[in-house]
Design a protein around this ligand. Structure first.
Ligand SMILES: [Zn+2]
Length: 515
């Protein structure tokens, strides 16, 4: 018995040692870079008289970010001889090269954005190579890196549970570490309208919301971290909040008892009321002027057409004028007008991908999405069909399939605190990692969504996001040939340690460490 225990202990110890040597400075990298070479050779030593050369002006924010990284890992005033610069001969807006030898550290990027991504890698190298870092050394390494997909997004839902500006900033800080470059804010829903609209104070009167200056502050804060904020105002469903303020914008339904008893998501703005278009003309113009993103997301999901437009006298008149047999055909007219406003603001629209059925079999789009509309695939089981249709119709497609990318789903059955679960299925870390990214040219990236029904504050948002958001970050950044669950789970302990150091709430995925 004694002998057996000794044997097992040695095996475990040997296993850990081998892993540590194999991973070395890469042991906390999230996401894994496209190319990593670890040459043998002497380490670069930290000194108190290090010189940093750069193409950037000495007061550039990126140099402060670099300085903060050095200070955090090596202490005040300590650093290494380094060169940090934009290299205009490099292609790809986020392409960077990070090289460390015994003489110096060199970080070159195709753009300032690329340098920022490279600095995240440097931070993780120093964190993961803990013993070397503690002894004032940096291991030699050559990293050549660029993202597999241009858009890596997370979505917050302050409509359901409002998130104060400082909380959103903290979320931005953390997502930037994993090379995310888009934050979608779901600003309107049944439960609340969270963004000020010029000329319409009634929409936000007496409710928690972001003012124009809050938005300017957030957009600027995100931009300094090379993250774009995409605003979403959801229409024509998910509009209880606006209909509470403007009840006249809903459909005229003689027997409204059935509708009144419909659970959630029941009501829609009317397709046949010019006042709806007039209000949303103001909404879209106001949002377009506040956000610098070229995109506005207009929702388009879960419209209860049969319970609203199909029963509305005005909508039915509009149908017969156009010779329609199906009320869903009104979606083309409705979004035709809304998208014209989006285009007139110089912006592009994003919509959730809806098909002619909410389960398979589904054959076609719910409406005729114009080719300039980016679609987001989200419904469980419909992603292969959305991929096929988007490729055939030429729509850019963002991947947010519920079975992998819905970060509000519990991470394990019975997970504590399983807060307010309204029947959401489980998405484990391994399932999140297993998202399959199509290589088709119209697929622009990945988005993890944190729907807010059961996310009542920022700590809960972090707990649900991490570490699954690391898995999705790798799906969006790392080339398919370099993605590996086994590699990912071995980098997890180092990466989670960094979250712990920052005081970020996350779920420890114990099950991922089982053999
Ligand atoms: Zn109507």
């Amino acid at each position: 018995m004694f002998r057996k225990i000794i044997t097992i202990s040695l095996a475990v110890a040997a296993g850990i040692a081998v892993h540590a040597r194999e991973l070395g400075p890469t042991s906390a990298l999230m996401p894994m870079p496209a190319s990593v070479v670890m040459p043998s050779g002497k380490a670069l030593s930290v000194s108190d008289a290090a010189i940093v050369r750069s193409t950037l002006p000495s007061d550039h924010r990126l140099l402060s970010v670099y300085g903060e990284i050095m200070t955090r890992h090596f202490g005040d005033g300590a650093g290494v001889d380094a060169y940090i610069g934009v290299d205009t001969t490099m292609t790809g807006s986020e392409h960077y090269r990070l090289e460390v030898d015994s003489v110096s550290l060199r970080l070159c990027g195709a753009s300032e954005e690329a340098l920022f991504r490279g600095l995240q890698t440097l931070d993780q190298l120093l964190w993961g190579d803990a013993v070397m870092t503690a002894s004032g050394n940096v291991s030699p390494i050559i990293i050549d890196d660029a993202p597999a997909y241009p858009r890596r997004a997370l979505m917050l839902d302050p409509a359901r549970h409002f998130l104060p500006v400082d909380d959103v900033k903290r979320f931005i800080d953390v997502m930037a570490s994993y090379k995310y470059n888009v934050l979608q804010l779901h600003l309107t829903d049944d439960e609340g309208w969270r963004v000020a609209v010029e000329g319409h104070p009634e929409l936000t009167d007496g409710t928690d919301h972001y003012t124009a200056s809050d938005i300017a502050d957030l957009v600027d804060y995100a931009a300094q971290r090379y993250i774009e904020i995409v605003p979403e105002a959801d229409i024509p469903g998910h509009t209880s909040a606006v209909l509470t303020v403007h009840p006249g914008l809903g459909c005229h339904i003689a027997d409204s008892a059935a509708l009144a008893s419909a659970p959630g998501n029941g009501v829609m703005v009317c397709a046949a009321n010019d006042s709806v278009y007039a209000l949303y003309d103001d909404v879209i113009r106001s949002i377009a002027s506040m956000f610098t993103s070229p995109y506005i997301h207009l929702g388009g999901d879960e419209a209860a057409i049969e319970r609203n437009w199909a029963l509305c006298a005005d909508c039915r008149r509009m149908m017969s004028e156009r010779g329609y047999t199906d009320a869903a055909q009104l979606m083309n007219d409705f979004f035709g007008r809304m998208l014209a406003t989006v285009r007139s603001c110089g912006k592009k629209a994003i919509l959730w991908c809806e098909l002619d059925n909410i389960y398979m079999p589904a054959e076609k789009y719910l409406m005729e999405y114009p080719a300039d509309v980016t679609l987001v695939t989200w419904r469980n089981g419909l992603t292969p069909k959305c991929i096929e249709l988007a490729a055939a119709h030429g729509n850019p497609l963002l991947m947010a399939p519920g079975e992998h990318a819905y970060l509000d789903y519990p991470q394990m059955r019975g997970d504590l605190p399983e807060h307010n679960n309204w029947g959401m299925p489980v998405t484990t870390l391994r399932q999140a990692y297993a998202i399959e990214m199509p290589s088709a040219a119209n697929v622009t990236g990945v988005m993890g969504t944190l729907w807010g029904e059961a996310i009542n504050d920022i700590n809960r948002a972090f707990y649900m996001a991490y570490p699954r958001a690391m898995a999705l970050a790798e799906a969006g950044w790392t080339p398919e040939s370099r993605r590996s669950w086994d590699s990912f789970r071995r980098r997890l302990p180092g990466a989670l340690g960094r979250l712990m150091e920052r005081g970020v709430s996350f779920r420890v995925p114990f099950e991922s460490f089982d053999r």
